[in-house]
Ligand binder design. Structure first.
Ligand code: ASP
Length: 438
């Protein structure tokens, strides 16, 4: 049995709905469907969720929100009419309008995108509609109550062979609506998959899986066929956007793989995300990702190495200023701390002052505008010379490497370069492993 989640661009219009219908009907085991709200139909379009946030903002400011609300209704009506469905959302929109007037809450407003799309989807497929407010449960503070949710959801779905459960929201004990953070329909899909012990969680989007590198930097990067949860976590953390971060946990625990698939090219295999695999990655590396905007704080002090507690005191200066640390390469009498530039810059002088006070260093200097590039791959462990190839590729491209960090798991190598070398560094690494398959 499969649980299928469709993203906003897969459900943006009647044409897209028709593709989704074909996909679901092609496989009887696709029994539970989690839709997002209608997304963008083209580059300049606006997602229904964003329209709802804006519309509710007007309601809260006591401005006229009805024109925008009717525009949202038009989005649904064009889907309903395009599919020749006999669904009428008139009453639903009356209720929404009344609730907006009463300023019921932003989460309620945002959740209506998925709620209404769920109603339309259920009518289109002839599946039962289950309001997520009844089965996805949060506590008073807005934290998901996973165990209780699984229990309630399982009981409901056991008696329903096919159902549509809208993504992105649930309810608190007082009945008020609570959403996950943006992109949260991925989490709902994962929870539903876990509740019904699905054999696979299919996450349908508009790309043929996770890509080896960012398509804004590399033209037509190749997709990744199989990736482990740990690799995915490393790549997502470094900026590759594939799935909502919190979507991994529910299925990972139950050993359910996720298949990222493309609604516009359903025959493409997409990317399979698994706990572990003996499948060798197609290239030595699985993926490359990175982020700009870091600062390196270098601290030098003669005989630092012999001073017990030195690192702790330096790190405390960051902790006391609520700054999280990204990496910490060190030498005998020097240590460097990598932090996010935007966070750090606001507390810069306090932190420097505090380090001086705590450890009395000989020199503190800083270098900003740095980028980190992560080269991730389970294949690196069993391959010799990966680091050598990375650094010779960077040297050939005349890129100065400012920091190197390889975790003991040998799952990734992190390289620090200037912000201005970021794109070239990714291109050089992609070329050497993928284009020339060295
Ligand atoms: N519609 C919501 C958003 O735009 C949730 C989702 O699509 O997953 O963030």
């Amino acid at each position: 049995m499969k649980v299928v989640k469709f993203g906003g661009s897969s459900l943006a219009s009647a044409e897209q709905f028709a593709k989704v219908g074909k996909i679901i009907r092609a496989d009887k085991t696709r029994r539970y469907v989690v839709p997002s709200a209608p997304g963008k139909r083209h580059n300049k379009d606006t997602k229904v969720t964003d329209m709802l946030y804006k519309c509710y903002g007007l309601a809260e400011a006591d401005e006229d929100f009805r024109v925008l609300l009717m525009k949202i209704k038009d989005r649904y009506d064009s889907i309903i009419n395009g599919l020749n469905l006999r669904v009428n959302l008139e009453e639903e929109f009356k209720v929404i309008s009344k609730n907006f007037k009463e300023k019921i809450g932003e989460d309620y407003a945002a959740s209506r995108g998925e709620y209404l799309n769920g109603i339309v989807m259920a009518a289109y497929l002839g599946y039962k509609f289950i309001d997520a407010a009844e089965v996805i449960l949060f506590d008073e503070d807005g934290n998901l109550k996973l165990e209780e949710t699984l229990k309630v959801l399982r009981a409901r779905l056991e008696e329903t062979p096919n159902a549509v459960v809208p993504g992105f929201y649930g309810s608190k004990p007082d009945g008020s609506i609570k959403t996950f953070s943006r992109g949260g329909s991925d989490i709902t899909g994962s929870i539903v998959a876990r509740a019904v012990h699905a054999s696979l969680y299919e996450n349908w989007t508009d790309v043929s899986g996770c890509l080896v590198a960012d398509p804004r930097i590399i033209d037509n990067p190749v997709p990744i066929d199989v990736i482990t949860y740990r690799e995915l976590r490393e790549l997502s953390y470094m900026g590759a956007s594939v799935l909502h971060e919190d979507a991994i946990f529910p299925v990972r625990k139950a050993g359910i793989p996720i298949n990222i698939k493309n609604t516009n090219a359903p025959e493409d295999p997409g990317t399979l995300i698994v706990e572990s695999t003996v499948t060798k990655p197609s290239y030595t590396i699985t993926g490359i990702a990175g982020k700009k905007g870091f600062v390196a704080v270098n601290i030098d002090k003669d005989m630092m190495n012999g001073e017990v507690g030195f690192c702790r005191k330096v790190l405390q200066a960051f902790e006391e200023n609520d700054i999280s640390i990204e990496h910490m390469p060190s030498g005998i009498d020097t240590m460097t701390v990598f932090v996010h530039q935007d966070e750090f810059k606001e507390r810069e002088q306090q932190i420097i002052g505090s380090i001086r006070h705590k450890v009395d260093p000989d020199i503190i200097d800083m270098e900003g505008d740095l980028a980190l590039v992560a080269v991730v791959g389970r294949g690196m462990k069993s391959t010799r010379g990966t680091a050598g190839r990375i650094f010779s590729a960077l040297a050939h491209s005349k890129i100065n490497v400012k920091m190197i960090d390889q975790g003991s798991s040998e799952l990734n190598i992190i390289i620090g370069v200037s912000n201005s070398d970021f794109e070239d560094a990714i291109k050089a690494i992609y070329d050497i492993f993928v284009e020339t398959r060295l």
